[in-house]
Write a protein that binds this ligand. Sequence first.
Ligand code: MG
Length: 223
Amino acid sequence: MHTVTLRGFEEPFVVGKILCVGRNYAEHAKEMKSEIPREPVIFLKPSTAIVQDGGTVVIPAISRDVHHEVELTVLVGKGGKNIPRETALGHVAGYGIGLDMTLRDVQAEAKKKSLPWTMAKGFDASAPVSEFVSASGVGDPHALDIQLDVNGSVRQRSNTRFFIFRIDELISFISRTISLECGDVLFTGTPEGVGQVVTGDKLNARLTAADGSLLTSLTVSVI
Ligand code: MG
């Protein structure tokens, strides 16, 4: 059983599905030489991919090129189907910061053959997540700074105002086809600046409010 924590709640949340958005920042789509999508590209990771703050990412033997993708993460608190945009944010329990770790070489090979990305995106420890902070304490989730440092140097830095698809739109879009349940986690896509990590790297990701206050952070080691 894999769980995540929401600050202020004693009971952890058992993780259900991990839903990820493929391209949600125009600058990242550009660096991947991909088109800006007209509707969200969604893929899944298994719950076994979860790693909590302070954990480790083991590079799988099938890859020589593991990339970091820092992303705002959303914890679903209330499930639903066909959720309208207008009420979608009411289904969010909390926000956090996460890393959509990606085997870029394995993904590139899959893309070439038009095959699924499951192994490239869903391997053990491919979804490190911070402690979540309550949605009610975050304010506007589309005005948050996200940042990733590797060994103390900034690698990715952006703001959720640059989303192509906003969180309410993503929840509404996904729930038309896949029911959401309490404990599901949504990775909202990465900004530009993705790059390789190697054994020994220390990754520190941070989610910062519009007023500059740190909301939550995540540190993991690559081994
Ligand atoms: Mg991603």
